[in-house]
Design a protein around this ligand. Structure first.
Ligand SMILES: Nc1ncnc2c1ncn2[C@@H]1O[C@H](COP(=O)(O)OP(=O)(O)OP(=O)(O)O)[C@@H](O)[C@H]1O
Length: 705
């Protein structure tokens, strides 16, 4: 025992020396980056090119400095020792000494893979994996796992792993990165060489979000060509994005955009509507209806007659159609297509005019010939005269500057007017509003909607956009103004079970390369989701070309709480098995209270929790009505109230569920919402059931399930 302690102290001291060398190098690199940045910012007397190079340099040094500063915290968190005695430290970034010796490898580097992948059965050449806990540049703890079957020596420190520590720590309201403790099944997905679409599902708490965010960091590191085009993380709401917003910066990645639907469009959803209406608006049939509406504002199968300063010309339907098709190539949209259509039409007009002129000339020559005049002979070069260019062009007919005529026609108001009639400029907002106020189209696209619902859609369209309108607006913009200019090399989609068919289209518009990490759990689908299988969601975009992984270990919810969710899971997703929880804890508590006593009961539990577990977070999950009331009252700083539908993805140490019956009845996904609520707790789950009696016999009549 004494040996082990002495061993641990000795190991900590030895690691401290290594860590100091790393921090000294980090400081040096920071100082170098500051000098480089100052030099780059020095006034430049040269031209624009060197100013551009300077700005680029300033940007790059600022980026380097940012990464170095972020790496400061927990710079090194691990070490692997191979069976042949070589040691490698693993951390946030890679570091080499000035002479090129490796001091630290980036956790995403291939050399670091065994740190995550080694097991007793397959040690990958390792003898030992060591986790280091470093606080303020001081090594405060080390813990080792041995793989070669030998017993620990005094240089090995075998204790509770860091995963146990990480999972047992109180929640802070912000998700923490987990580079030090990524588990093997998670790491395999994070490090996958697959560049296309990867779907990761699994029950609540199985680390889907952790995997998705570490995957984003890996993509940025390992696939530079994708990274250059940027990474987007798409989440269901801003609260969720705030919850995960620290993870990528603490992994040293600041250039990732986090967004919800309104962020992507730059439009807020200001109106709410029923789930049934929102679900209907999510149908991709509406994209086709929008496309049809826009198509109807373009000429199809009709000839067009133009009156120009050079004569009247009719372009037949096949030429008009061909001009339309070439104008719309590449998904540039109706409005920009219109300008190209004008150009194609003018080319055709010039062509037609040239042919007309040639025909007129030939008729004229024939007429002259009939009266005995031969133009060819008249303009033929005389013997002894050199052929002049002038004679040459005259023999071609009249001297007509067709380029100038083309320019004239492009600016010809009457041509523009004719085109305006068959191809008017459109506004995406108007196109969508017209669609939403067209009862026939709506009835065809969503036959399950009642007349009242269709009327309410029409009335709503005049009163601001709803959440479900935004993907439709995006579609209308794509049809009218072309696909979005801002796209990404890789898109991470979290809580993907929430997306409607239209939302999938909105995301695909922004990811032309179809490189995506999609995480979600269909058993947690909300009231407006209509997708039953990932294949259904992705088939229209990539057919079957995506990989699929399922996570099975639960890192959030204790086995006791998970067991309590079993009956609901059996109803909402009979094919899904319960994940395996690596945590054990308290049995869930059920309390019965009278309606009038809910707020007092909640206040009591929150106060007691603050007393017994002062560092921990309490989440109160309720149907909207209760959530609004409690939110408007005073609430302890360590407690948060959230509606059941918005609770997806979040977690708290203690969860209080208010009135599960009401949560179930509130929406069509009520049972799934309740399942989501139950699976938010890391330690304690307390359910308050409301009794019809004015006052419950005892507020805290409780039962343990
Ligand atoms: N390897 C890990 N190391 C440390 N913590 C982890 C690890 N994997 C998961 N966790 C923690 O487990 C909890 C659940 O993870 P996460 O939120 O990613 O699960 P999820 O599958 O996305 O859940 P949900 O379906 O409810 O959204 C989080 O607190 C997360 O930080």
């Amino acid at each position: 025992m004494v040996d082990a302690v002495a061993g641990k102290a000795g190991q900590i001291a030895s690691e401290q020396r290594s860590i100091e060398v790393m921090y000294a190098r980090l400081d040096q690199k920071k100082a170098d980056a500051i000098v480089a940045s100052e030099e780059a910012m020095a006034p430049s007397i040269d031209g624009a090119e060197s100013r551009w190079a300077r700005d680029d340099m300033v940007r790059r040094t600022a980026g380097t400095l940012g990464v170095l500063e972020l790496a400061e915290r927990s710079l090194c968190f691990g070490r692997i020792d191979s069976a042949d005695g070589k040691a490698l430290h693993v951390g946030r970034i890679g570091l080499r000494s000035k002479s090129g010796e490796i001091l630290l490898v980036d956790w995403r580097a291939e050399a670091a893979r065994p740190f995550y992948a080694a097991t007793m059965a397959s040690p990958l050449g390792l003898r030992r994996r060591r986790h280091l806990r470093v606080e303020d540049r001081r090594v405060v703890d080390v813990s080792d796992e041995l793989f070669d079957g030998t017993g620990p020596t005094s240089a090995d420190v075998v204790s509770d792993g860091p995963l146990v520590l990480a999972l047992g720590a109180a929640r802070t309201g912000r998700m923490r990165e987990a580079a030090a403790t990524l588990q093997r099944e998670q790491d395999e997905i994070v490090r996958s060489g697959h560049r296309g679409i990867m779907v990761v599902d699994g029950g609540p708490g199985t680390g889907k979000t952790i995997v998705a965010l570490h995957r984003a960091a890996y993509v940025l590191y390992a696939f530079p060509t994708i990274a250059e085009r940027g990474v987007l993380v798409f989440g269901p709401n801003r609260r969720f994005l705030a919850y995960i917003s620290d993870v990528l910066p603490s992994l040293g990645e600041n250039n990732v955009q986090l967004a919800t639907g309104p962020d992507l469009l730059g439009v807020e959803a200001t109106r709410s509507e029923s789930d049934a209406v929102a679900r209907a608006k999510g149908r991709r049939l509406l994209a086709e209806a929008l496309a049809r509406r826009v198509r109807d504002r373009q000429p199809h199968g009709v000839p067009l007659r133009f009156t120009t300063a050079h004569g009247a010309v009719t372009l037949d339907a096949s030429r008009v159609d061909a001009a339309r098709r070439s104008a719309l190539q590449g998904g540039i949209g109706h409005n920009r297509g219109r300008a190209l259509f004008l150009e194609h039409v003018v080319d055709d007009l010039v062509d037609e005019l040239e042919q007309q002129t040639a025909r007129d000339m030939s008729d004229f020559e024939d007429e002259l010939k009939n009266v005995g005049v031969d133009l060819d002979r008249m303009f033929a070069p005389q013997p002894g005269y050199a052929e002049s260019e002038e004679a040459d062009s005259r023999s071609d007919g009249l001297e007509i500057d067709w380029d100038r005529i083309r320019d004239d026609l492009l600016g010809d108001i009457s041509i523009d007017r004719t085109i305006a009639q068959v191809w008017p400029r459109l506004r995406a907002d108007d196109v969508l509003r017209e669609l939403l106020t067209d009862p026939e189209v709506l009835a065809e696209a969503a036959p399950e909607l009642s007349d009242e619902q269709i009327d309410s859609i029409g009335a709503g369209a005049q009163a601001g956009w709803s959440r479900a309108d935004l993907p439709l607006l995006d579609e209308a913009r794509a049809q009218v103004d072309g696909l979005p200019e801002i796209t990404y090399g890789h898109v991470v989609v979290d809580e993907a079970q929430q997306l409607s068919e239209m939302e999938w289209r909105m995301l695909m518009h922004r990811c032309p390369s179809r490189s995506m990490t999609i995480v979600g759990d269909l058993a947690q689908a909300g009231p407006t989701s209509s997708i039953a299988r990932w294949e259904d969601a992705l088939e229209p975009f990539v057919e079957g070309r995506f990989t699929h992984h399922t996570l099975t270990v639960n890192y959030r919810t204790t086995a006791e709480i998970l067991e309590a969710t079993k009956p609901i899971l059996a109803q909402i997703a009979p094919a899904q098995s319960l994940s395996y929880s690596i945590r054990r804890g308290e049995a869930p508590i059920n309390l019965t209270v009278a309606a009038a006593e809910i707020d007092d009961a909640v206040a009591d539990i929150v106060t007691q929790s603050a007393r017994d577990h002062p560092d921990e977070l309490v989440g109160i999950v309720a149907a909207t009505q209760h959530a609004r009331r409690i939110e408007s009252g005073p609430l302890d700083a360590r407690a948060a109230i959230v509606s059941a539908t918005d609770a997806r993805g979040l977690e708290f140490d203690t969860v209080i569920i208010i009135d599960p019956d009401e949560i179930q009845q509130e929406s069509e996904s009520g049972l799934r919402d309740l399942y989501v609520a139950q699976t938010r707790a890391t330690k304690r789950l307390i359910t308050l059931t409301i009794t019809a009696a004015e006052s419950a016999p005892s507020r805290c009549r409780s039962s343990r399930s």
